[in-house]
Every structure is written in structure tokens, then in C-alpha cells.
Ligand binder design. Structure first.
Ligand SMILES: Nc1ncnc2c1ncn2[C@@H]1O[C@H](COP(=O)(O)OP(=O)(O)OP(=O)(O)O)[C@@H](O)[C@H]1O
Length: 785
């Protein structure tokens, strides 16, 4: 049974509102005010502690400085989390059978005697807030949602759970609060759902850390938002295991990542890197895509053998042997010698599991041994033949061997370009970029190494020259695979070592300046903290950036982002149905513990080679280590919209069905045939904007029609934006393709040329299904004659 206080925009429940008195709101206000006072106190304390830690970080040992920086970073995060908790600090209250009243919030707080005042939503006891139903009360008599506007209590929703006659089947927890949240106009940014998490979602959020958890569910079931809350939960519950490693969240593109980027900082969590597959080979960041047929081959598991073969192909030997000048003399090494050396190097690589470039020093040393040895033999022989007394009068005892300098000879030879070229003929230093370029541009090389591909498949790898942006998203897993097999090139290692020496020297000379900057930043932060007090709501991440901008603390996320080999504690993959087998392999390398959450919907998959099942996607990288959970209720779209979407699946003969709607009622989708799109689209857009009021409208159409539709939309709404525009997410009218609309949502959607979307390729119906499930309130189909 649900009871609501008098909020004009909320559903009126069947029970009389008068039961909730103003006195009760006043009592909650008193409690909430006390909790905000405590928040202010703790925040001030954290900022002061942080400021003094930073101030103290002078003239210490390296180890001491590092430890203090680490401590300062933790304190900065705590300050950020306390700041982020300002908005909607208290979520609600649980009244238990034993008479306790537990207040739940975005953050846990205790009083000076360590007595809990507010329980973090992620704490084990808070689970009952999300899971208790009248049928399964979990010791809870009443669940109360508190609605706050800034620090003021403006409403209360009560779920009375000990009302035994209520049937709990399909019960939505905190229904009034939930429906209120779902009816809100969209802002273009995903909001957190801490106050209204549903039981099936809570189970997923709190699922254990190990293995891969696959969360499947139809559009709008909360897969993305649940995955993000799971990240916050895991960082809270397994802080010891995740704190120094962080969590990687992979999304389909940058716009999507911008759409969700505020959720975790808003929950007080900053040790998270958001990126897409194109960002995982730093410093490269690419959003370029290949034609589908090429992307398919580049993502194919056969590429594993192909890239390995590309390396082996370079481990050659010159069939005529090789000749190298040492000093004044040329020495020849025959083919047998070269082949044996190459074979021994391969054996060494296999035995010691060394990447290719790490074996080059072995080859170089053996070549030097041989060449210097031969030259010494030659010189010694010459010395034996020379009659010294005859040569230099009075130096009868002189031994010319003493003038030989094998070390110097070796060093000179090692540095000579001719020697490097000779070593390259047997074991060249290779880079991932060089090797892939060769593969895409040299047909002979490709034919030698791509024996597992058909001629047409090989051709699809050809890259036209010259190229503006050489690397695509599908190249990134290949570059990464090659980087693993090759290891860093010596040149790169030397550069890195030099860089480190330079950085250390700079640190030493600048430490005084940094200390001064630190002290200033600390003072500044305290001043800000005073100003922010309650009134100005700032993001938690801003608190951190004050320190980061000064270079005093480097956030974990920044360190992780620029390190290709960073080992994350957990990886979350959104739109997981779109990942290629090669991309899965790369992600598995990023997460040695194998702890991942993959969320997706096979029915929404766009690629023709998308996996038929989760087993097909995951068994190759994690056989026996993945489990599955499902979400069944759509919180985005209304019943009539989902019914239309179901029709799309049924017409395509798909087994999948759209999820059940949390809001069964709503406007019926409209259909119209536009004989004059130039007139009709702007008119329809204006009509939708009037109907929805605050929110946003999207036009979704085929890639070919996007430009025309954008021009038409702009004729009525100059602020209309395309997917590439910076302000796309904030725009009141957006124009995009089904592919680009993945993961996003809008209050109203007009699909232009739905039949063309459906007819475009074997997965056209999936694109239409994605487009039709973007709206929260209204859907229109504008057919073209
Ligand atoms: N428990 C909840 N309370 C309030 N809002 C919710 C809840 N669960 C989901 N939502 C909202 O429903 C919408 C859809 O969620 P989300 O984008 O995570 O779904 P999805 O399953 O990832 O969808 P898609 O497959 O289409 O990308 C979001 O606006 C989200 O905030």
C-alpha cells in the first residue's frame, strides 16, 4: 500500500493523504537538517585534513611523498564524495519490526561516538529498502521515501508493508516515488536512481565481484544505469581490492559516455575511467569506423593467428648470408649461421614466453660475439705474423695484443647503422603500427600471413593510401594484441628511461615551487569550501580538480587512462552485444582478475556477425566463468510504445519480446505518410514540442536522410543539433541515426522513413527496434510515400 504526501505532480494513492500530517514532514525536516549539519561538519573536517596533508608534503623522502600523496588523494576523494552527497542527501527511512528507524542516504555518516546517523545506500542493511515487498517484508514495516528540494523536505511517500492482504506479485518497490521519477522530463543527462532502485535491479547491483556477470534485458530496463550503480556499489563494498585499480566503463561512443558521465561522480565515485574501444590504445583516441565487411574481418578471431604470423614472418634470415664491416674489414656470416641464430632466438622466445622485441638483445649479443670474435681472431693472427722489433726499434718486449680493445670494438659495432641493419635481417624491432600498416598496404605480405582468410576477406583489409586518420576502432584490439606479442621496442624503452630521468630532475628542481603551489591550493580549497556551504551546489569532481589542476595529486583515472597496460579491478561493458571477439580479448587483458559486468540486449545488435548467444561471445574468453541475470521491466517507454516495438520483432520472426512497461498507459504511437516532408517535419516537430513541454524531441532516420532532416528541423528550430555537435545532448531537438541513438533516450521521437530503416540490411529490423524504444513518452512514425 502506497501513501503520498501532497505533492501536486505525484499520483494520489487510494489511501487518504490526511494520514500524513504536516507535523510528520516537520519531524522529518528536523532530522534532515541535523544530517545536513553533520555533512557540513564532515566536509569541513575532510578539507582541513587535506589542506594540512598537502601543506606538510615538503622535503621528504620519495617514499614519504608518495604515501602522503596517496593519503591526500583519498582525502580529496572523501571531500568530493561528501560534496556530491549534498544533492538529495537523505533518500528515505526504514521502520523495522523491532521498532528501529533507519535513515538511508547517498553516503554513510556516524556521529562523534561512531553511532550511525545515516546509512549508505550500498550497505547490506539498505538492501531491504529496495527489496522488501508486502509478500516478503524482510523485517520491514514501512518504507518511507523522502523528497527534498535542496535541504528542504517537500514530500513523503510511504509504502506500508505489513498490510497482509496485499499481493506482492510484480510489485514495484516504492511505486509512487518510482512513477514520479519516470514521469520527469529528460534533461539530456542520465540521472542516478539511488532513491528508486527496484528489487530485480538491486540484486544485480549487489551481485558478487568475481567472474563475468552478464545482464541482459530489453530496451529501457535500466541495464546502463544499473551497471553504473553496480560500479559504485563494488567500489564501496570491495574498496580494499579496487581502490588502487579502479573500474573501466566501456560505452559505444563519446556522446553516450557524455550522457552517462555524471552518474558516478554524482554518487561520489571518481576512480572510474569511461571510454570506448577506440580509447584503449593510448595515446591514440579514435572514433573512426571501417566499412562493416572490414570491421567484421578485423574483429574475427582468425586475426589472432594472423597477427602472430605477421610477426613470425619477420623473423627471417638472409638466404645468401650477410656481410658486416667491422673496423676496416668485412665479415660474412653464412645462411646456416643466420638460420641457426634465428631458430635459437625463436626457441628462447617460446621457452621464456618473451615478446618478440625482448628477444632482439639476444640476437644482437650473439651477432656481436661472432663478429667481434672473428675480427679479434683476424687481428691476433696479423699480430702473430708481424715482427715487432723490426717494426719499432727498442720495443722488443712489446705485445701488440694489449692494444686490442674488444669492448670498444663491440660498442662501436653495436652503434653502427650497418650492424643494426644486419640484425634487422634476422630479428627486426617491430611496432604494432608498422606491422599493421604493412598488412594493410603490402599485398604480398598479406597473402603470406593471412592464409586463414579468403582472397576477398584479405582484400577487405586493404587500406587506401594516403589516409588522413589511419586507425579505426576495429584496429585498436589488433594494435593491442600486437603490442602484447611484440613488447615495447628498445628505442621506446630508452626514450621512456630518458623521460623518467628528466622528469625526476624536474621534480627535484621544482619541488619547492610545487610545495608553495600546494599550500596556496590548500588555502584556496578551504575558502571554496566555506563559500559552497549549502548554497552553491558544486560537483564533487570540482573539489578534486582544484588539487589536480595544480598538479598536486594525479587522479587514478588519469594515470589509468594513459597506461595501455593498466590492470583494472573491474570492467563494465555497455552495449556488450556489439563487441567483436578481438575486442573481448583486449578487455580480458585489461582485467587480469576476470571481474566484469557485461550489459546488453542481443535483440538490439546491429552488426551482421553479432553473437547469437552470450555463450558465443563469452565462452572463448571466459568459459565457465560467466553467469547471467535478466531485467524484465522497462522504465523508459510506456506500454503502447513497447507494444509497437514488439510488433517490429514479431514481423522479423524474432523470438525476442520487448519488456513489460512500468507505465502501462500512455499516448498511442502515431503514424502518418508525409507527402510533403519539407512542410510536415517542421510542423510535426513543433507539435511534439508543444505536447511534451520541457523535454527533448529526436528525429531518427537513415544515415542518408540525416542531413536533409537536420536542415528541415533547423528551419523551425535553429538550435536543432546533429550527433556530431558538441551540444547534442542539451539540444531540445536532435537528429540522428538508429546506430547513434543506442543507449540514449528522448521524451518524444519521430522516426522518418521507418520502412527504409527496416529494409537496410539483414539487421534493419533491429535498428528500427532500437529507434522505436528511445522515447519515454511519445512515438511518431513518418512514412515516406
Ligand atoms: N529504478 C529506476 N528508477 C528510476 N528510473 C529508472 C530506474 N531504472 C531505470 N530507470 C530509468 O530508465 C531509463 C532507461 O534506463 P537505461 O538507459 O539504463 O536502460 P537500458 O536497459 O540500458 O536501455 P537500452 O538497452 O535502451 O540502452 C533511464 O532514464 C533510467 O534512469
Amino acid at each position: 500500500m502506497s501513501v503520498s504526501s501532497a505533492q501536486p505532480e505525484m499520483t494520489q494513492s487510494e489511501t487518504s493523504q490526511s494520514e500524513i500530517t504536516q507535523a510528520e514532514i516537520a519531524a522529518e525536516q528536523a532530522r534532515v537538517s541535523t544530517l545536513y549539519d553533520r555533512l557540513d561538519h564532515l566536509r569541513r573536517q575532510a578539507e582541513e585534513q587535506l589542506a594540512s596533508t598537502i601543506r606538510a608534503a615538503t622535503s621528504d623522502t620519495d617514499q614519504g611523498v608518495r604515501e602522503r600523496q596517496h593519503f591526500a588523494e583519498r582525502l580529496a576523494q572523501r571531500a568530493a564524495a561528501l560534496t556530491a552527497a549534498e544533492r538529495g542527501l537523505v533518500i528515505g527511512r526504514l521502520d523495522t519490526d523491532t521498532g528501529d528507524r533507519l535513515y538511508l542516504g547517498r553516503i554513510g555518516m556516524a556521529d562523534d561516538d561512531a553511532e550511525p546517523m545515516l546509512i549508505d545506500w550500498r550497505a547490506p542493511v539498505a538492501a531491504a529498502f529496495y527489496r522488501a515487498t508486502p509478500a516478503e517484508r524482510l523485517g520491514i514495516r514501512r518504507r518511507r521515501h523522502l523528497h527534498l528540494r535542496q535541504r528542504e523536505v517537500i514530500g513523503i511517500d510511504d509504502d506500508v508493508l505489513d498490510f497482509t492482504a496485499v499481493d506482492g506479485d510484480g510489485q514495484l518497490a516504492g511505486e509512487a516515488a518510482l512513477l514520479n521519477a519516470l514521469r520527469q522530463a529528460r534533461t539530456g543527462r542520465m540521472a542516478d536512481i539511488v532513491a528508486t532502485i527496484q528489487a530485480e535491479q538491486d540484486k544485480i547491483i549487489r551481485s558478487g565481484l568475481s567472474g563475468i556477470l552478464v545482464v541482459e534485458g530489453g530496451p529501457g530496463t535500466g541495464k546502463t544505469v544499473v551497471a553504473l550503480h553496480r560500479a559504485a556499489y563494488l567500489l564501496y563494498t570491495h574498496r580494499d581490492r579496487l581502490a588502487d585499480k579502479g573500474i573501466l566503463v566501456i560505452g559505444p561512443n563519446r556522446t553516450f559516455l557524455r550522457y552517462v558521465e555524471q552518474v558516478l561522480p554524482g554518487l561520489g565515485e571518481t576512480d572510474v575511467v569511461l571510454g570506448s574501444i577506440g580509447d584503449l590504445y593510448p595515446p591514440l583516441r579514435t572514433a573512426a569506423v571501417d566499412p562493416p565487411a572490414t570491421a567484421m574481418i578485423k574483429g574475427d578471431p582468425r586475426m589472432v593467428d594472423l597477427v602472430a604470423a605477421a610477426i613470425v614472418d619477420h623473423q627471417r634470415y638472409p638466404e645468401d648470408g650477410l656481410t658486416v664491416r667491422v673496423g676496416d674489414e668485412e665479415h660474412s656470416l653464412d645462411a646456416d649461421f643466420c638460420r641457426t641464430l634465428r631458430d635459437r632466438a625463436r626457441e628462447r622466445a617460446a621457452q621464456l614466453q618473451l615478446p618478440h622485441n625482448r628477444v632482439r638483445p639476444f640476437v644482437v649479443e650473439r651477432l656481436l660475439d661472432e663478429l667481434v670474435g672473428r675480427e679479434l681472431d683476424r687481428l691476433e693472427k696479423m699480430i702473430d705474423e708481424v715482427d715487432v722489433p723490426e717494426l719499432i726499434e727498442g720495443e722488443e718486449d712489446l705485445d701488440l695484443r694489449g692494444f686490442l680493445d674488444p669492448k670498444g670494438m663491440r660498442a662501436n659495432l653495436a652503434q653502427s647503422e650497418a650492424f643494426s641493419r644486419a640484425a634487422d635481417l634476422i630479428w627486426p624491432e617491430l611496432t604494432p603500427e608498422g606491422l599493421l600498416t604493412e598488412l594493410y598496404t603490402d599485398a604480398d605480405f598479406r597473402n603470406r600471413v593471412a592464409t586463414g582468410l579468403t582472397p576477398a576477406e584479405r582484400d577487405s583489409l586493404t587500406r587506401p593510401e594516403p589516409v588522413e586518420e589511419p586507425w579505426t576502432i576495429s584496429d585498436v584490439p589488433l594494435l593491442d594484441e600486437l603490442a602484447e606479442l611484440l613488447g615495447p621496442a628498445q628505442e621506446l624503452l630508452d626514450r621512456e628511461a630518458a623521460e623518467q630521468r628528466r622528469a625526476q630532475a624536474q621534480r627535484d628542481s621544482e619541488s619547492l615551487e610545487l610545495d608553495l603551489a600546494a599550500a596556496e591550493a590548500a588555502e584556496l580549497a578551504l575558502e571554496y569550501a566555506d563559500e559552497d556551504h549549502g548554497e552553491i551546489l558544486i560537483e564533487g569532481s570540482e573539489v578534486l580538480s582544484r588539487y589536480y589542476d595544480e598538479g598536486i595529486i594525479e587522479p587514478l583515472a588519469d594515470r589509468a587512462r594513459r597506461d595501455r597496460e593498466w590492470a583494472y579491478g573491474h570492467v563494465i561493458v555497455d552495449e556488450a552485444q556489439e563487441l567483436s571477439p578481438m575486442a573481448w580479448r583486449m578487455l580480458a587483458r585489461r582485467c587480469p582478475t576476470g571481474s566484469m559486468t557485461a550489459v546488453g540486449d542481443l535483440a538490439q545488435a546491429a552488426a551482421p556477425d553479432s553473437p547469437q548467444s552470450w555463450a558465443a561471445a563469452l565462452d572463448p574468453v571466459a568459459a565457465g566463468r560467466w553467469r547471467r541475470e535478466a531485467l524484465t521491466v522497462s522504465y523508459r517507454s510506456t506500454g503502447p510504445i513497447l507494444e509497437y516495438a514488439n510488433g517490429i520483432l514479431a514481423a522479423a520472426g524474432s523470438d525476442a519480446t520487448a519488456p513489460r512497461a512500468a507505465r502501462p498507459d500512455g499516448d498511442e504511437p502515431w503514424t502518418s505518410t508525409a507527402t510533403d516532408l519539407v512542410r510536415e517535419l517542421p510542423e510535426r516537430l513543433a507539435g511534439e514540442r508543444d505536447l511534451i513541454g520541457e523535454g527533448n524531441v529526436a528525429v531518427i532516420t537513415t544515415p542518408d536522410r540525416v542531413d536533409d532532416c537536420l536542415a528541415l528541423a533547423r528551419s523551425a528550430f535553429p538550435e536543432a543539433a546533429s550527433f556530431a555537435d558538441e551540444d547534442f545532448l542539451e539540444a531540445p531537438v536532435a537528429v540522428l541515426t538508429p546506430e547513434q541513438s543506442k543507449g540514449l533516450e528522448f521524451d518524444s521521437v519521430i522516426i522518418v522513413a521507418p520502412d527504409e530503416i527496416r529494409a537496410a540490411g539483414p539487421r534493419g529490423h533491429a535498428d528500427l527496434y532500437v529507434a522505436a524504444t528511445r522515447p519515454t513518452r511519445r512515438l511518431g512514425l513518418l512514412q515516406l510515400p
